[in-house]
Design a protein around this ligand. Sequence first.
Ligand code: UDP
Length: 326
Amino acid sequence: MAVLVTGGAGYIGSATVELLREGDVDVIVLDNLDYGHRDAICDVPFYKGNVGDSDLVKRIVLEHGIESCVHFAAYAYVGESVTDPAKYFANNTVQTNDLLNALIESDVKNIVFSSTCATYGDPQYIPIDEMHPQKPINPYGWSKFMTERILESYDSAYGLKFVTLRYFNAAGATAKCGEHHDPETHLIPNVLRAADGDLPFVSVFGDDYDTPDGTCIRDYIHVADLADAHLRALDHLKGGGDSAHINLGNGLGFSVLEVIEAARKVSGRTIDVKIEPRRTGDPARLIANASKAFEVLGWKPENAGIETIIRSAWDWKKAHPNGYAS
Ligand code: UDP
């Protein structure tokens, strides 16, 4: 089976490519390298381009005998999506629609889609299951929400089968693949930069939330566990499984201060903290109910502990002090 992985040079994409290759799956990566890293995928057959380039997608499918697609390619800065929504809808929704059309025209009808807990918006209850109402609070969330609706319509009309994986907070690293964003906005990489002296302190955005220590609680899920879920989703579709929307999280919540404390333990370093104002649009708690992932895919996280997750990110940082070269 040959699999087209769009956005395969990105953080979760490259970890998934690594796991697919370990399973001897033929993988082809399509990535425009706006944010991806060429050296994250080494010798994997690679095309630099946009997912909206229908001629390119059709050519790749034909030349490589693609049977399925895992679609990661997307912009993912929530704040930027608020100030420049056009960029997010053009890339994440319109180009994805073009990709789906090209795949269907090429008779590729199995797709695993990177979705997000941002499609739920402010939680009405915790833990969040897939039946929770979806009411995104930023254009990034809407751009993914709309793609989910397109997938449903294409399933009914054209027989496209999909699994959308709604990630909670991706974190950690595999031996080869880690998190390198520019700019870096995520908590764990910034905490580790502070631990390593790259930053003088870590900013904590708000300590007056309605949580035990006043800081936001998130469900951090190891990138290797996310990658594993993609392989299972591909197998599910290949075995004729129904389309499904599936949460991926640990079902455990850690506050910002708990993450920083765990990073102090793992690194053995001092980490200074500066309390800053709340970041717009941050809910106090986001925790997944991921039982459907087990029921449908037989998936459960193997690296659930926050220290395990942080240790993997710390090890990767030590091995790649400047991140990826490209
Ligand atoms: N956060 C923080 N300092 C940072 C980065 C993030 O306090 O330097 C907080 C952020 O406000 C949120 C949590 O950490 O409550 C997780 O943020 P992240 O950007 O990693 O993921 P998100 O939940 O926004 O997808």
